[in-house]
Ligand binder design. Structure first.
Ligand code: ADP
Ligand code: TRP
Length: 339
């Protein structure tokens, strides 16, 4: 989508693990679809990951893995502004400015901080702020700046992140209230791609696929591991010859998201008719996943090589991103009296 004409869709991806099938269905695929109608600005929120990841090698690995996954999944760095947050220092200068516009009470009410305090309470800790760093506390300010500095119109996020986008709108409102005559930030809207599709993928234990449950199928794991993980998805003990309800099967729910509609309809019919066993269904799922993912996996593996083009692509993305944010930061600085 050409720059300048379309509305801006922006989202950040926290590099806290290797992307899994659930991330692909719930975040990557819908964001790539949005990029067809919006000017897309997508970035790796590596400084957000620092609130939890303290192993430098791991942070480096997840950052490259997330970037390579998006590109292998079809993100075209020429069409999309795609960069690492840490490569855009202007974000951190504006973060201080916006922190000075943000009520502390607003941060006290942020869900992630409240949840961390609740966990301390449940654990019987006397000081409810035990183990909570200022990065976690200030997280919504940094996220607000990610959004505002790029003048985003819409922010596609999972439901858990909606409050953060509302906070971004609040913070922008506070700035605009004081300095609006000189400069106004655009007020962003959250959109939930999930709401269109409603698909939450189950993991290999039947709960929601999530790295927090350690039940994921990594998007680009090797073929043998993919087969092994698919076999692990729980099924009930309905005999092969009995009819089965596709919609209550975890295996079918995953298949339906990756198969063509013809293949999904055919499998649905065979399950309902009886005679198709769970083993057979799992073989089908493996075939469907592997057919779809193996060309992408090859691209992913090539990008993950130490001297691949990945770093150059990210550097070029950072240059584009910085060009966009400079005028915004300079107007904000002028508005507050720093220039
Ligand atoms: P995780 O639960 O593995 O930590 P995140 O919370 O980092 O995943 O989610 C990143 C994005 O992927 C969000 O947009 C979220 O809605 C989406 N997502 C995560 N898990 C799933 C799932 N099982 N099904 C559909 N979408 C998912
Ligand atoms: N907080 C988001 C998450 O945990 C990641 C993120 C950081 C983000 N900055 C953002 C998302 C800006 C949307 C817009 O998933």
């Amino acid at each position: 989508m050409a720059a300048g004409s379309a509305k801006v869709s922006l989202t950040g991806i926290k590099p806290t693990g290797e992307p899994h099938l659930g991330n692909y269905i719930g975040a990557i695929r819908p964001a790539l679809k949005l990029a067809q109608n919006y000017e897309a600005v997508y970035f790796i929120a590596d400084y957000h990951a620092l609130t939890t990841i303290r192993d430098p090698e791991l942070l480096r690995h997840y950052t490259r893995s997330v970037a390579a996954s998006w590109i292998a999944s079809g993100l075209d760095p020429d069409q999309v502004v795609f960069y690492r947050q840490s490569d855009v220092p202007e974000i951190f200068e504006l973060t201080w400015i916006m922190a000075c516009m943000t009520g502390k009470g607003l941060m006290n009410r942020a869900h992630a901080y409240k949840a961390a305090r609740d966990r301390n309470q449940e654990a019987g800790k006397e000081d409810l702020d035990t183990g909570i760093n200022m990065g976690l506390y200030n997280y919504p300010v940094l996220m607000a700046v990610d959004i505002l500095i790029m003048e985003a119109d819409v922010v596609p996020v999972g439901r858990d992140q909606m409050q953060h986008v509302e906070i971004a709108a609040d913070i922008a409102g506070s700035f605009n209230h004081v300095y609006g005559k000189s400069y106004k930030f655009k007020i962003p809207d959250a959109i939930i791609p999930d709401a269109d599709t409603g698909h939450t993928l189950p993991g290999v234990d039947g709960r929601k696929m999530s790295k927090s449950y350690d039940n994921t199928i990594p998007l680009f794991c090797p073929e043998a591991q993919l087969k092994k993980l698919v076999k692990r998805i729980p099924t009930d003990s309905t005999p092969v010859e009995d009819p089965k309800d596709p919609d209550s099967s975890n295996v079918f729910q995953i298949l339906e998201q990756f198969a063509t509609s013809d293949v999904a309809a055919n499998v649905r019919q065979r399950l309902q008719a009886g005679g198709m066993g769970w083993g057979d269904l799992k073989n089908q799922l493996f075939e469907v996943l592997n057919d779809q993912l193996s060309p992408l996996r090859d691209r992913y593996n090539a990008l993950m090589e130490p001297d691949s083009e990945l770093d150059g692509l990210l550097a070029a993305g950072a240059e584009k991103a910085r060009k966009r944010v400079l005028p915004v930061l300079s107007q904000a600085r002028k508005a507050i009296g720093m220039a």
